[in-house]
Write a protein that binds this ligand. Structure first.
Ligand SMILES: Nc1ncnc2c1ncn2[C@@H]1O[C@H](COP(=O)(O)OP(=O)(O)OP(=O)(O)O)[C@@H](O)[C@H]1O
Ligand SMILES: [Mg+2]
Length: 370
């Protein structure tokens, strides 16, 4: 790798891979995606090969053409990652870390010394007595799928019929949800961005505000410190999101995502170094970039699929109304409730930024028409 720019292979070709393309191009790093379909969000715009990420032989053939391999979703079987490592492929994050983003039960056990909701693993409703509670699939959940608020034992029995074992958690009556994005390189350099407030509706993130407003400076610093300690503890390489709940001055660790994350999209325009560039720097063991903010605030709104299918025409109205707004299209088929893009606004008037982002997001989704 010494005399040439490295080739990075990304398993998965969704919007996260798509957003990695711009910084890779700028850095002169060759990016190749392992896509499921040539119509995948990232595959539409860059080199890719088509294959099945659960098939070790296919992934290995791809990996052997790359200097470093990473992934953009959590569905790659751990056995495939271990299989690559056994063949000497450099995969980041390594399987020894990745398991904690894939298996919520293993994560809870590994992070015992960090504050978290009380939890237990159950296969039968008779093992719990306190309701309401939160039940979670141990792996495979995303965007709130695989997470249930359970009011009573009969409801739990129903869930256990299709998902067992379950991770049962105390229902935390938090004041706010935050995420701290961190990046860590193989030699252990680590940085974190300011804590982000994540606002969810029906289990799906709809907006983020950076820096998180509803927490004190002390909590913000503790949250960043904790995220850096967790990065070290699990040995992640690349970027990682540490999702947390905050109640008063108390922090509870919710879960980890070891890849660029929705709560870091604001950093494309709002930080000196975006999460996508930082991920590349980290896995390549390059010195990390600055996570400092470019503006006082950054607000990001997810555009969810609705009635509208034409995502280009809305530009006429929105760009005229708010010239400073940034648009990102994932070019995915519009389906109700699916994340199909996002908008970001940066500046120093938070209320105004939120208004413009909410307006643009709702206008693009078709919730409002002016
Ligand atoms: N113990 C808890 N107490 C209260 N609310 C919770 C708890 N665990 C999860 N939630 C709520 O459910 C949401 C989804 O949970 P979690 O992040 O574990 O699931 P996920 O589907 O894997 O997430 P993601 O959308 O980040 O992929 C959280 O963002 C939070 O709003
Ligand atoms: Mg989550």
């Amino acid at each position: 790798m010494s005399n040439r720019f490295p080739r990075v292979g990304v398993i998965g070709a969704g919007q996260l891979a798509r957003m990695m393309v711009a910084p890779a191009t700028a850095l002169g790093v060759d990016l190749t995606l392992f896509a499921s379909d040539s119509n995948d969000s990232g595959a539409q715009i860059t080199h890719h090969i088509i294959g099945d990420y659960t098939n070790l032989a296919q992934v290995l053939e791809f990996a052997q053409k790359c200097d470093i391999v990473t992934f953009e979703h959590e569905l790659v079987p751990l056995s495939v990652i271990k299989g690559l490592e056994a063949e000497g492929v450099k995969v980041y994050p390594p399987s020894s870390a990745f398991i904690y983003s894939q298996d919520k039960a293993a994560m809870r056990k590994k992070l015992r010394k960090f504050p978290a909701p009380q939890s237990q693993i159950v296969t039968s409703a008779s093992e719990v007595t306190d309701f309401p509670l939160i039940a979670k699939a141990i792996s495979g959940g995303y965007d709130g799928r695989g997470v249930w608020k359970v009011e009573d034992a009969p409801e739990l029995i129903e869930i256990l019929k299709h998902t067992s074992p379950l991770l049962i958690e105390e229902l935390v009556e938090f004041d706010t949800e935050i995420a701290v994005m961190v990046a860590r390189s193989p030699h252990g350099q680590a940085t974190s961005w300011a804590p982000v407030e994540t606002i969810q509706e029906d289990g799906i993130c709809i907006m983020t505000v950076t820096p998180a407003q509803k927490i004190s400076q002390v909590v913000a610093e503790r949250a960043q410190q904790m995220a850096l300690e967790i990065a070290q503890e699990v040995g992640v390489v690349g970027v990682m999101a540490v999702e947390m709940f905050v109640k008063g001055d108390e922090i509870f660790i919710n879960e980890l995502a070891m890849r660029p994350h929705n709560s870091g999209h604001w950093s494309i325009e709002g930080a000196v170094t975006s999460q996508f560039e930082q991920h590349l720097r980290a896995i390549l063991d390059l010195p990390l970039g600055s996570p400092s903010m470019n503006h006082q605030f950054a607000v990001m709104g997810n555009v969810l699929g609705g009635e509208k299918t034409d995502m280009y025409r809305p530009y006429l109205h929105l760009m005229a109304r708010t010239p400073s707004l940034h648009f990102h299209q994932y070019k995915k088929e519009v389906r109700p409730g699916r994340k199909i893009g996002h908008v970001t606004a940066c500046g120093d008037d938070l209320l105004h930024l939120i208004q413009e982002v909410v307006h643009a997001r709702d206008y693009m989704s078709g919730v409002i028409d002016e």
